[in-house]
Unconditional design. Structure first.
Length: 615
């Protein structure tokens, strides 16, 4: 959440900062601001609302300076306002700071700083950083040893929490100091200057070779060079990462919004995630970094995740227990870290995170490793904290996902977890080579099946959306794999359309939720072919008898379902194990269609951000 961008070089900084903020607006969009060196000082402009508001305002300023930092915010401390927007400055206004993350001890620091005479202008936790740097830097200047990098290091030594920081001071013109702890910072040289951002996408036009700072590392950016430092302040030569995806992945490509574009990219995601994974009838996941003997010893699996990734984990639980006969628990990462789970050296912990930055998931990884577990990450972002801190990783090959509501990353996670379940089944001797080959072939076929859904279900989705558009609430139901799929469908609906939606295993309807149903109440059911199909139909009859409007996702050729549903969205016939892949797609389209009809911004739903880097 939140986005940082900075530039120092030969060109005017302001347009570079605005372009970078625009590209990162999916990370936070309740306010934005920039700080630029101008006429020997630092000029700060902030605006509530989206980056377009800031860009419009900047048109009225003469800001020609060639060094600056910018930020787009997702509020944690303090309401969205110009006063709370970053950058934040010191008392004298000679130091400017932008920050991603959260300072957990900001209240105590603020009290101490106020007692020492500092005056605060915002409600944010970030502002304490500006004042801490101010104290250290001004003391160093008075001693004749002024060094902004050293001042930032001293300030951050007092912080508890997560931070990605970019700092500038008028006494060191042309310089930006950056550092990180549990919040991403990417640095690179290109196009006549030095760049920093919290996301590679903000600087992809300038350079393809970047440095992803590790926790505790710092960098000092100047127009002609970048210096890197370790936790103790010693110069280091960092590892350089080459970015091989193109900026067109962040452009709409003719689609009306990023969400629809990304839904249509899902067949490619499936194919790319599976590429090279089967060799001579055996699965190949070298990144797991576990021998066949170690895999055979695994006797418990935890999947830890949040939100959409948690729902992918629920699907994986069914597959792992079915194919590998290993107990699997799916845990909300924020809860996992605060209890005392049973972990042994034969426990495999699978951490799932689209961004690879999710704070709760990272904390759970660290806790699991301390207790001796092997940790495997599934993420969409190369070089992300989850990837670096796990023993092994599968990248979902979704490329950049811009829409806040995850679609293609979710499907990439499901496919990756399905591969992992097959591998565990193979290593445990529960799946033969022939079975693995057959399952893999059918899994690969889902790419074409998703293409068919996207081509053929537009009208049925639109009709179902029309039936839901004026509803105040909805229920999503299913059984078995359909239950796990329904949880994700309900989340998508409430995320982007603001229509309240809850999901239940269909058998739970009569244990409470059925009390909500009256005339016209939408019930969305996963009613694809499975061993529990008849049970789902029975639950639909119970709902329809009470006046519900039934929307069913069903298997092609099932004409009987029309007797029980008002609207049917058909998907191709697949093995039940793979039904979440095909059934999720119409639910994504349905949520988007309802949101569009309700006039919602499907790419940037209110109060949400793409990457959740705070607890």
């Amino acid at each position: 959440m939140c986005g940082i961008v900075g530039y120092t070089g030969e060109a005017s900084a302001t347009p570079i900062l605005v372009e970078g903020l625009t590209r990162m607006e999916y990370r936070g969009y309740d306010s934005a601001g920039v700080a630029v060196e101008q006429d020997g000082g630092i000029q700060v402009v902030t605006r509530k609302g989206k980056v377009a508001e800031l860009a419009h305002t900047l048109g009225h300023f003469e800001m020609t300076g060639t060094c600056g930092i910018g930020h787009t915010r997702w509020a944690t401390h303090g309401k969205p306002s110009e006063a709370n927007a970053h950058p934040h400055t010191s008392c004298a206004g000679d130091i400017a700071v932008v920050h991603n993350g959260i300072i957990e001890n900001f209240a105590e620091l603020r009290e101490d700083l106020i007692a020492r005479g500092h005056v605060f202008k915002s409600e944010t936790d970030t502002e304490v950083v500006a004042h801490l740097v101010e104290e250290a830097f001004h003391r160093m200047l008075a001693d004749g040893s002024g060094d902004l990098r050293a001042a930032v290091a001293e300030a951050t030594s007092q912080l508890v929490g997560a931070y990605g920081l970019a700092v500038m001071a008028e006494q060191e013109p042309g310089t930006i100091v950056v550092c990180r702890k549990d919040s991403p910072i990417v640095v690179g040289r290109g196009n006549g200057g030095s760049y920093v951002a919290s996301d590679i996408i903000a600087m992809i036009d300038a350079t393809r070779d970047v440095v992803v700072l590790a926790d505790g590392q710092m960098a000092r950016l100047r127009p002609d060079a970048i210096e890197y430092f370790d936790t103790d302040g010693n110069p280091i030569e960092p590892e350089v990462t080459h970015v091989d995806w193109d900026i067109d992945v962040a452009e709409k490509g003719g689609y009306p919004d990023f969400m629809l574009k990304e839904i249509h990219e899902q067949p490619r995601v499936i194919r790319d995630t599976l590429a090279g994974r089967l060799s001579a009838g055996s699965l190949v996941i070298d990144e797991l970094d576990m021998t066949a003997e170690e895999l055979n010893l695994v006797d418990r699996v935890y999947v830890i995740a949040c939100g959409t990734s948690y729902h992918a984990g629920l699907i994986a639980k069914n597959l792992i227990e079915s194919w590998a006969r290993i107990p699997c628990e799916v845990e909300v990462a924020s809860e996992f870290r605060y209890r005392n789970p049973i972990i042994t050296p034969t426990t495999l912990v699978v951490a799932v995170s689209q961004s690879g930055e999710t704070a709760d998931t990272l904390a759970a990884i660290r806790d699991a490793r301390v207790k001796g577990a092997k940790v495997f990450g599934i993420t969409n972002v190369v070089g992300s904290p989850v990837a670096r801190e796990s023993d092994g990783v599968i990248y979902t090959k979704a490329n950049k996902e811009i829409a806040v509501a995850s679609t293609k990353s979710f499907l990439g996670q499901v496919v990756s977890l399905t591969l992992l379940a097959m591998l565990l089944g193979q290593s445990q001797g529960e799946l033969t080579g022939g079975q693995v080959k057959l399952l893999f072939s059918e899994l690969a076929d889902t790419a074409e099946q998703v293409e068919r859904i996207l081509a053929e279900c537009t009208d049925s989705v639109d009709e179902a959306a029309e039936a839901m558009v004026d509803a105040a609430s909805a229920l999503f139901i299913g059984r078995g794999m359909g239950a796990a799929t329904s949880y994700e469908g309900a989340l998508k609906m409430k995320e982007i359309s603001y229509l309240h939606a809850e999901a239940y295993a269909a058998g739970e309807m009569k244990h409470g939720p059925i009390a909500l149903i009256d005339e016209g109440f939408p019930v969305v059911a996963i009613a694809t072919n499975s061993a529990v199909y008849d049970k789902v139909v029975s639950n639909l009859q119970e709902s329809r008898a009470r006046g519900a409007c039934i929307i069913a996702v069903a298997t092609e050729g099932d004409e009987d379902i029309k007797k029980h549903a008002d609207h049917v969205i058909y998907v191709p016939k697949v093995r039940d194990a793979f039904s979440p892949i095909t059934a999720s797609v119409p639910l994504q389209l349905l949520s988007r269609a309802v949101a569009v009809k309700r006039g919602c911004d499907v790419d940037q739903p209110r109060n949400l951000a793409k990457s959740v880097t705070v607890e």
